[in-house]
Write a protein that binds this ligand. Structure first.
Ligand code: SAM
Length: 265
């Protein structure tokens, strides 16, 4: 264990090697995707810059335990079904701390953040609006904040219970996004974007979309159950063989831990 009072190089080396071990233990590589089953706050400082952040962080609305979506209300029956299916989960009870959001944003040039309306983000011209074509009490649309140039863009993509565009399968994460929506987001990024980071990947939808578009991905998810699901879905995305283009040329870089500790970022 690192003792701050003991600044000998041995104590430092022990600390570095235990951090490196934790980092390596959490890491899984599938094709051009590097995935970490860890807290984003631990992994993000170790990452070098990526081209784009495309993420869907917790909105702080406690959907996982009360089944209420984005200020809408759901029936007691639906809430009960959610609890039976997902149990009492608290991952969505709070938004991500502002300094973590800042640290994540500092890693990329281009940024797309779902639930941006729940976060304090700079004024932006190009919000993405996903119209779910719902007709009940649940939210009609979801909003993603972006730092892209241009005007607001809207996608109509049906996601209403069992009625889903292209019969896209509904997975095992309570707030799983459709692959079609995440692909649409990635397609709006500049064409030279090669590597995409999702530090709150849940069941891995952003990375499935990235794989299908021939991009590299870095994903972080703290819940081992969702992490497992993400790994299986990303493997399947590669196995399905409908890859759009061959992967980009250079592998994403990871900073060395010593480099990380001495870097201000
Ligand atoms: C809104 S969900 C993402 C769902 C995802 N878009 C999908 O399609 O499956 C947010 C995810 O972030 C994870 N999460 C929350 N805080 C985290 C943290 N500090 N580090 C890593 N993952 C975190 C939660 O466990 C949850 O699965």
């Amino acid at each position: 264990m690192y003792d701050a009072a003991d600044n000998s190089s041995k104590s430092y080396e022990v600390a570095i090697s235990s951090l490196r071990e934790r980092l390596e233990k959490s890491k899984v590589v599938i094709g051009d995707c590097t995935l970490y089953c860890e807290e984003a706050e631990f992994i993000v400082p170790t990452l070098a810059k990526v081209d784009a952040l495309v993420t869907d962080p917790p909105y702080g609305i406690d959907i996982a335990s009360n089944g209420s979506v984005h200020g809408g209300t759901s029936s007691p029956k639906w809430r009960k079904a959610q609890k039976v299916e997902y149990g009492e989960q608290r991952w969505d009870a709070e938004t991500v701390a502002p300094d973590l959001i800042d640290a994540i944003r500092a890693k990329s040039k281009w940024q797309v953040i779902f639930g941006g309306n729940y976060y304090a983000l700079p004024p932006a011209s190009c919000w993405f609006v996903w119209d779910k074509e719902t007709n009940g009490n649940l939210a009609d649309c979801e909003l993603a904040w972006t730092n892209l140039p241009g005007a607001v863009r809207r996608l109509r993509y049906l996601w209403n219970g069992f009625a889903r565009a292209h019969n896209e399968p509904r997975g095992d994460h309570p707030t799983q996004k459709p692959v079609g929506v995440m692909k649409w987001c990635i397609e709006h990024l500049p064409a030279d974007v090669e590597t995409i980071l999702d530090p709150f990947m849940g069941s891995g939808t952003t990375l499935v979309a990235a794989v299908k578009l021939g991009k590299r991905g870095i994903g972080i998810e703290k819940d081992p159950k969702y992490f497992e699901i993400a790994c299986r879905r990303i493997e399947q995305a590669y196995a399905q063989g409908d890859l759009f283009v061959s992967p980009p040329s250079e592998k994403p870089k990871q900073l060395d831990l010593e480099e990380t500790l001495s870097s201000p970022n």
